[in-house]
Design a protein around this ligand. Structure first.
Ligand code: T4K
Length: 377
C-alpha cells in the first residue's frame, strides 16, 4: 500500500477565525476617532449587549480573558475552603481555585461525556465544601440537573467553566443559565474569539454590580474603592474584533458541522476508535472533535497515532493529558490518587483532538481520516 502524501503545509488542531481586514479596519477607525480605548467604551457595551442576546442570558460581563473571569467569578460568589471539580480540563480551571486560596478536590469523570461524574460528587463533600465547579469539556454539557440537585441539598454554589461552550444550548436554553454562573473563553483558539477574552454569564441581578466592581479594582467612583478588585477589563480593540466576527460565526459553525459529520462518517466503524457523544436536545459548539483510541482494539496507542500524524504534517493535541491531578502542585492531594480517578486516568491516555476549524475543507478531513486508518495498518 502506498503511503498517503503528507500535507504541504502544517495542519494544526485549530486556526483562528479571522474577519475581512477592511471590515476590522473600519472598526479601528471608529475607535481612533473616539479616542476611547478601554473602560466600558462603545464597542464593549455593544458586544456585551449582542452576546447577551445570542447566548440567551440575562447578564453577561466581558473580561480580558477567561481565566481572570473565572477568578472573579469565584470571588463574586465568595467561595472558600474546598471546591469539587474535574481533573480532566485545561490547567486554568484548578489554577483559578488556587489563586482564590481554595483547595481543588478532584472528582472522577463520566466515561461517556468525560465531564465530572455527578454520581460521584456527593461522596466528596465535606464541611469545607462551598461549591461544585464543572467543566463542559469540548462543549458537551455536564449533568446540570443532577449537579443542581446535589448543590441544593447541601447548600453549595455551582459554577461552570464553559470555556468550550459558546452557543451551546440544552433544549433551547442557553448553557449559561445553569448554575450560579458560567465562564466562557474568547481566546483565539475558540469558535468565537476576541484574540484574548472571556465573559461571565449569570442570571442573578445582584451579582452584576459586584462582578463589575471586582473586574475594575473595586472602584465605585472617583473617591470610593469598596473592595480589592483586579483589572479584568476587555479593551475596545478586543471588543471590536468580537463585533466584526459575530457576522462570521454562523458560517464557521456550519463549516465545522460539515467537517464533524465527515469525521464521524469515516471513523465511526474503525475498530478501537470511539467518538464524542452526540446528546439529543443539545446544540453543539463544534469547538473540538475528539476521538478516543483504545490500544488493545486499535492495535497501537494514542501517543503513537499523535506522533505518526506529525509525519503527515498533522498536529493533533492530547486535550486533556496530563490530568491536572498529576501536575506537581496538585499530585499530593488525597483526591489526586489514581484509585479515586480511575476513569479520568484511562480517558486521558486515549483522547486525541483532531484538526477542526472553518478554513479546513472536507477533502482535508477525509485525508486525515485515511491517514489515521493507514497508521492503524
Ligand atoms: N478552561 C478551559 C476548559 C480551557 O480550555 C481554557 C483555555 C481556559 C479555561 C482558559 O481560558 P483563557 O484564559 O485562555 O481564555 C489553547 C488556548 O490557549 C487556551 O485558551 C485553551 N483553553 C486551550 C484548550 O487551548 P494551548 O496551550 O493548547 O495553545 P497553543 O498556543 O498551543 O495553540 C493551539 C494551536 O492553535 C496551535 O498549535 C496553533 C493554533 N493557533 C494558536 C494560536 C494562539 C493559531 O493558529 N493561532 C493562534 O493565535 O492552549
Amino acid at each position: 500500500m502506498t503511503r498517503k502524501q503528507p500535507f504541504k503545509k502544517p495542519i494544526y488542531v485549530t486556526r483562528p477565525l479571522l474577519p475581512d481586514l477592511d471590515k476590522f479596519n473600519q472598526k479601528l477607525q471608529e475607535i481612533w476617532n473616539s479616542q476611547w480605548l478601554t473602560n466600558n467604551g462603545k464597542q464593549h457595551l455593544e458586544l456585551e449587549h449582542k452576546l447577551q442576546q445570542i447566548l440567551k442570558i440575562p447578564y453577561l460581563s466581558l473580561f480580558n480573558n477567561g481565566t481572570i473571569a473565572l477568578i472573579v467569578g469565584c470571588q463574586s460568589l465568595r467561595l472558600s475552603g474546598e471546591v469539587i471539580t474535574t481533573p480532566f480540563t485545561f490547567p486554568g480551571t484548578p489554577h483559578v481555585l488556587t489563586w482564590n486560596n481554595i483547595k481543588p478536590i478532584f472528582c472522577d469523570i463520566d466515561p461517556v461525556t468525560m465531564n465530572i461524574d455527578a454520581n460521584k460528587i456527593e461522596s466528596m463533600i465535606t464541611p469545607q465544601t462551598t461549591a461544585i465547579l464543572g467543566v463542559h469539556v469540548y462543549g458537551t454539557p455536564c449533568n446540570v440537573i443532577k449537579i443542581q440537585e446535589i448543590a441544593d441539598k447541601y447548600g453549595l454554589k455551582v459554577i461552570y467553566d464553559a470555556a468550550h461552550a459558546f452557543g451551546v444550548e440544552i433544549n433551547g436554553v442557553g448553557i449559561g443559565n445553569f448554575g450560579d454562573l458560567s465562564m466562557m473563553s474568547f481566546h483565539a483558539t475558540k469558535l468565537f474569539h476576541t484574540a484574548e477574552g472571556g465573559a461571565l454569564l449569570f442570571r442573578d441581578h445582584n451579582l452584576k454590580a459586584r462582578v463589575e466592581l471586582l473586574k475594575n479594582f473595586g472602584i465605585k467612583n472617583e473617591e470610593e474603592v469598596v473592595m480589592p478588585g483586579i483589572n479584568g477589563k476587555m479593551n475596545e480593540i478586543q471588543a471590536a474584533l468580537g463585533i466584526v466576527l459575530l457576522d462570521y460565526i454562523e458560517q464557521e459553525r456550519y463549516q465545522r458541522q460539515q467537517l464533524v459529520e465527515t469525521y464521524r462518517r469515516y471513523l465511526k466503524y474503525v475498530t478501537g476508535i470511539s467518538l464524542m457523544p452526540e446528546i439529543s436536545g443539545v446544540i453543539s459548539s463544534y469547538q473540538y472533535f475528539v476521538i478516543r483510541i483504545e490500544q488493545e482494539l486499535f492495535g497501537c496507542d494514542r501517543d503513537y497515532v499523535h506522533k505518526q500524524l506529525k509525519e503527515y504534517n498533522v498536529f493533533t493535541r492530547k486535550y486533556f493529558y496530563p490530568l491536572c491531578s498529576d501536575y506537581p502542585h496538585y499530585k499530593y492531594l488525597p483526591s489526586s490518587s489514581s484509585t479515586n480517578l480511575l476513569v479520568a486516568n484511562q480517558v486521558a491516555k486515549q483522547v486525541l483532538s483532531l484538526p477542526l476549524y472553518g478554513s479546513l475543507n472536507v477533502d482535508d478531513v477525509e485525508r486525515i481520516c485515511e491517514m489515521i486508518i493507514e497508521i492503524k495498518g
